[in-house]
Design a protein around this ligand. Structure first.
Ligand code: PLP
Length: 443
């Protein structure tokens, strides 16, 4: 494999960008703070390959942080976007394309009757929370440590220390009074859930969870925990929100709700739903959705919501996901890829596991040998089981992989994605780079 070491133009552009944007970026994790070197400035993506401004190429396992399940520059998506944009970019009116994407989604999803399109995952979650509060007339939200729900004020919150029941914010600029409306509990902990519900159900609108937590490592939950969560929410008369911004259309067209066959009350979508354009959505049954304006009293609006060009991209992308065996094939490819890395590491005695689900995988490093003995043969399900020290290993691997033309998301807490455009030759090449990179990590 070619050795890449020239990233001069990216470095120059990053210097320039720092004059325009805080930290040189428009979304913080792009700044490469958790890994070494300047961020790559990408000028082109085709199939599974990214090309940077220095003309280096990389096999991409970040896939724009998830949306590109079909890979970059998918023919049908590109052509439909071009066709659509010829007629104008935005009208601020309903369009036939909005109907088309809405119908495609609802005809193939047993878990929602109606949806509302918005422009990002954050906006979808923010709106879903307001809806849950509007429907129930209650205020508090229960969330799980290690689940990310976008930069919604009341969800940028972590568990308070000691006996504090309420959350403390993880960002400046969030009033304490907002954080106080959020209760944070550990994943995979039935007792904590029941305790929180017993104490707060009377003033709790909803419990929100990433049913496949994939923003802080990949913390796969037991189906039985999710089923228990469903049962308890019903019992305590609290709505259950599945935040499927990452898992929606990812582990199946019906996302995690379909994968586990669990009916939440509200589902949020983002990422894949827009085919690479800015789209989010939230959906529920007819009764719950009737609370949204203009039918009901919960206000929610958007100047560019259901923008026709974005709807075209979403439609052209999602249609391809309905092809027979699309998900089965992608999932098989991913699990073989993940298992190959994991088996290799275990043969060498290296402390690395590679959990995967659908087309998501995660490199889980751990250098605490007591921890390793406890968890090497077990899935980890809770945020506090992740050893921060493993992130140093990831940093070394990330650098080595960039040098050999493989791009992973720039943090050890990020998962990797395999798209339908990852061909066998690229995967074999990436595995080879991975083995060489791991040699350096564990040298
Ligand atoms: C990415 C993500 C969000 C935020 O979506 P944005 O489009 O970045 O605002 C929310 N929830 C989950 C589960 C996500 O993965």
């Amino acid at each position: 494999m070619d050795t890449i070491n020239k990233r001069e133009r990216s470095a120059q552009l990053f210097q320039e960008a720092k004059q325009y944007f805080p930290g040189g970026v428009n979304s913080p994790v792009r700044a490469f703070k958790s890994v070494s070197g300047p961020p790559l400035f990408i000028k082109e993506g085709n199939a599974c390959i990214l090309t940077d401004e220095d003309d280096n190429t990389y096999i991409d396992f970040c896939c724009s942080w998830g949306p590109l399940i079909l890979g970059h520059n998918n023919d049908a998506v590109r052509e439909f976007v071009i066709e659509t944009v010829k007629h104008g970019t935005s009208f601020g009116t309903p369009t036939r394309l909005g109907n088309q994407l809405g119908k495609l989604i609802l005809d193939n999803n047993r878990f929602v009757d109606k949806i509302r399109f918005v422009s990002s995952g954050t906006e979808a979650v923010m709106s879903a929370l307001r809806l849950a509060r509007g429907v129930t007339g209650k205020n508090k939200v229960i969330k799980f440590e290690g689940c990310y729900h976008g930069h919604v004020d009341s969800l940028l919150v972590k568990a308070g220390s000691g006996l504090a029941t309420f959350g403390v914010s993880t960002s400046a600029g969030i009033p304490e009074s907002f954080a106080k409306e959020t209760i944070v509990i550990p994943l995979d902990d039935r007792e904590a859930l029941v305790t929180a519900l017993e104490k707060h159900a009377d003033d709790t609108a909803c419990v929100i969870i990433e049913p496949i937590p994939a923003n802080n490592g990949l913390l796969l939950q037991d189906k039985s925990f999710l089923a228990f969560l469903r049962e308890q929410c019903t019992k305590f008369n609290v709505l259950l929100i599945f935040d499927e911004v990452i898992s929606g259309f990812r582990v199946g067209f019906e996302g995690a709700a379909g994968y586990y066959n669990i009916q939440p009350d509200i589902i949020t979508y983002g990422k894949i739903i827009g085919g690479g354009m800015p789209v989010g959505a939230y959906g529920a049954n007819n009764e719950i959705m009737s609370h949204i304006a203009p039918d009901g009293p919960v206000y929610q609006a958007g100047t560019l919501s259901a923008n026709p060009v974005a709807m075209a991209a979403g439609y052209a992308a999602l249609k391809q996901l309905l092809a027979p065996n699309f998900y089965e094939n992608l999932s098989k490819t991913t699990s073989i890829f993940a298992k190959t890395i994991e088996n290799y590491a275990q043969q060498q005695g290296w402390e690395l596991t590679v959990p995967s689900i659908g087309s998501i995988f995660w490199l889980n490093f751990s250098n605490d040998s007591i921890f390793w003995i406890c968890f090497s043969n077990e899935r980890i399900t809770k945020a506090d089981q992740i050893q921060a020290a493993g992130m140093e290993k990831f940093k070394v691997l990330h650098h080595e992989l960039l040098q050999s033309g493989v791009y992973l998301g720039p943090s050890g807490y990020e998962v990797g994605f395999i798209s339908a455009a990852h061909d066998n030759a690229s995967l074999v090449k990436a595995l080879e780079a991975m083995q060489n990179g791991l040699e350096k990590v564990f040298a």
